[in-house]
Design a protein around this ligand. Structure first.
Ligand SMILES: [Zn+2]
Length: 340
């Protein structure tokens, strides 16, 4: 007899796909706040994986990644179960916002608390009804509003199973960093459900190249867990980075940023120029370290302290990355990535 699997009161039997509207709260109108969960349970028992997106309601690339995977999974050919949750933060998704009502960040309230505030309760519901049924997790993000990220995986690689999933996903850059407290990634990993996040691109868009990378990565992980038949696509190279730094503006003004995600920066290299509205240069920003650009601001206006450019520090692995970089018309070295 197969183990009973029940979500939101619905039983999902082996070989079934169930579309569930999971009630996570209630609106002012007394109507239920539901989130869509598609559970694909293979005929054959095997690993159980959750895929989540739009925990930040304005980060949409993951919505399309989860949708693509969910429509191609065939329970007759799947070994194990995949929980596909393309829209975790229903409020933010409806209002084009990162946040829950009250500007609470849902991704700071996990594993949640059934007696706590709205965010705690929603997190608790998601954690107990979806996350805890799984043995592995992949949570999809983009950069926050006004920024864009190179497609990369983040996880705590001390956990051997996180390391294996992170590497299998197949991005060139893996950030091995502890997650902030209250994040889904931290709470799930601590509960024994190794979880990685994908960071890719920017808010409010379906960026085809980012979606394609995400879909390929999820397929790679499912194949590595022997859940699907799929030819794993290996990255050209892969480096694990532990240290990253944000370059911040020291002066206010209008920013002409000169770098893109995927650019290789050497210590002292120019990152951008800040000018006055009269067109006079205020300051030139230089990189204080050698590394790869993994995120930049997309807003050309800065005040002191504003984050401009996120750099993954490269030391021993610099030579590997250099080997795969090409030189652009501006003379800069960069990874030959598809631009979204
Ligand atoms: Zn996010």
């Amino acid at each position: 007899m197969a183990e009973e699997l029940k979500i939101g009161g619905k039983i999902i039997s082996p070989g079934e796909v169930q579309e569930i509207l999971l009630k996570i709260s209630e609106f002012y109108t007394a109507q239920p706040v539901n989130i869509p969960v598609t559970v694909v349970r293979g005929l054959e028992e095997g690993p159980r994986v959750f895929l989540t997106a739009a925990i930040h309601g304005d980060e949409l690339n993951g919505v399309e990644i989860v949708r693509t995977i969910m429509t191609e999974l065939d329970p007759a050919k799947l070994r194990g179960t995949v929980f596909c949750t393309p829209v975790l933060n229903r409020w933010g998704f409806l209002s084009h916002s990162r946040y829950l009502p009250g500007r609470r960040d849902l991704n700071r309230y996990f594993p949640g608390d059934p007696q706590g505030n709205l965010a705690h309760r929603v997190a608790h519901k998601i954690f107990t009804e979806i996350v805890q049924h799984a043995q592995y997790g992949i949570d999809m993000h983009t950069a926050g509003v006004g920024r864009t990220n190179l497609a990369h995986i983040r996880g705590e690689l001390d956990d051997e199973r996180v390391r294996r999933m992170a590497k299998a996903f197949g991005t060139e850059i893996i950030m091995d960093q502890p997650a902030a407290g209250g994040t889904l990634r931290a709470a799930a990993t601590r509960a024994g459900i190794p979880t990685i996040i994908l960071e890719a691109g920017e808010t409010f868009r379906f960026q085809r190249s980012m979606v394609a990378r995400g879909v390929a990565g999820v397929r790679n992980v499912l194949a590595d867990l022997e859940m699907i038949e799929h030819q794993v696509v290996e990255p050209r190279f892969q480096v694990i980075v532990k240290v990253s730094e944000w370059i911040r503006a020291e002066r206010g003004g209008i920013l002409d940023i000169r770098v893109h995600p995927g650019d290789l920066l050497y210590d002292g290299m120019e990152v951008g120029v800040v000018s006055t509205p009269f067109g006079r240069e205020v300051t030139t920003l230089k990189s204080p370290l050698t590394g790869l650009v993994i995120g930049i601001t997309t807003i050309p206006l800065v005040q002191p302290g504003d984050a401009i450019c996120h750099i993954a520090k490269l030391e021993k692995t610099l030579h590997t990355v250099e080997k795969y970089c090409t030189t652009g018309t501006d003379g800069r070295r960069r990874l030959p990535l598809e631009r979204a």
